[in-house]
Design a protein around this ligand. Sequence first.
Ligand code: BGC
Length: 349
Amino acid sequence: MKKLITLFLALLLVFSASALAEGKIGVAMPTQDLQRWNQDGANMKAQLEAAGYEVILTYSSNDVARQVSDLENMILNEVDVLVVASIDGSALDTVLSQAKEEGIPIIAYDRLLTKTEAVDYYATFDNYMVGTIQGTYIKERFDLDNVTEPLTIELFAGSPDDNNAYYFFNGAWDVLKPYIDAGKLVVKSGQTDFETIAILGWGSDDAQARMDNLLTAYYSDGVAPDIVLSPNDSLALGIVNSLKAAGFSLEEFPVITGQDCDVANTKNIIAGYQAMSVFKDTRTLASKVVEMVDAIMKGAEVPVNDTTTYDNGVKVVPSFLCEPVFADVNNYEELLIESGYYTPDQLAG
Ligand code: BGC
């Protein structure tokens, strides 16, 4: 009898555990080097677990081969859905096709998976709008429609293997180009094409090195450019470091844009070294992706709000675009502290 009761209790445990664990979700993030991906990974894991899923979360040190093997392991581990924030969006077709053969649905997270049939959905922030926000900020800050003296500007773009980088640049370029054409904005270096201004891998050090070169070659008169268009915060950090190292004082600093509202950059915004950033609340994106996962697992309709924009070279991927928000010294407290994104301590000092 005692044995029977033990068996019954053991069975009960197994059943209740399987009732809780509704499925296994693989979440592949690119790297832990950047603050945002750590937040994305942590938010995804916490929210999926709260919804009752088991989670395999990987970070691949910005190493494409490692991300491929991380994904292979997830397939071997029989995940039910794959969520992938790629390093090189075009380099995963083989492993994603393997997943497809196993019947695993795939969601591209933040960055589109390109040149592959093996992607079902895409969730991101409106990437073109990120660039538009940056360009519009520059336009309004300098009242470019009415400006009489030409202003100098240098342009940076993100990593060429990241589909987002093109959208960010195009969004900003479409706002700024008319003023460049009209001679109101002058790119002293003449470097405006994407390939020349792009920073492979989004590294702060590489952005710093390019800014060093620009300052030496085109700003040796000691006058900094009026504006530097930076697509994101990791590049903005390198640009600020370069200007500081070149000896420019805060008063001489250009207006520098950014994206992500990373802690170091928000501190720079408070101190005046960076003018603005674009806030993409990673909690919002994570909860949207969890909704998508949940819908897939339950056979319900998956939420999307854009079925035309994101052509990955093989197909148009149904997408959900969250809305990015402008952030600067005037609204960061409300956006970042009052919303609970950061504690005041994190941004102090
Ligand atoms: C993301 C940005 C991020 C950049 C560098 C992009 O794909 O959308 O938020 O700053 O990658 O990691």
